[in-house]
Design a protein around this ligand. Structure first.
Ligand SMILES: [Zn+2]
Length: 115
């Protein structure tokens, strides 16, 4: 293989950190660290390839993940206009879920269709 090493940058109040982002394991560690930073410091930013994530505590404003509809009561992962749960954020970052298609779609359990 021998490609160039990919690096991600985490910014949080009081510091920043460069971490490898090559393997799925690297990304696992990376997201763990982002989660930890956002939890303990209130927010964190993650620059991963062309994605600029902003992670913050949900607090009183509980939102819904725009992909799966789960309640984001803990941390909210923002990428552009999308607000995602931790699980979907990882999928999007790994290219396994398309971004930017969620828009204002309602969470699945809120669209009950009368027959
Ligand atoms: Zn989700």
């Amino acid at each position: 293989m021998g490609g160039t090493k990919r690096t991600a940058r985490i910014d949080f109040p009081g510091g920043k950190l460069l971490m490898p982002a090559d393997t799925p394991y690297d990304r696992e560690i990376l997201f763990e660290y982002v989660r930890h930073s956002a939890r303990s410091r209130g927010c964190a930013a993650l620059a991963l390839e062309d994605q600029n994530w902003s992670v913050k505590r949900g607090g009183a404003a509980v939102g819904h993940c725009e992909s799966c509809g789960a309640r984001c009561s803990g941390l909210i992962y923002e990428l552009g206009i999308d607000q995602l749960c931790a699980r979907c954020a990882r999928l999007v970052s790994a290219g396994r879920l398309k971004r930017g298609i969620f828009g204002s779609r309602r969470p699945p359990h809120s669209k009950k269709i009368a027959v």
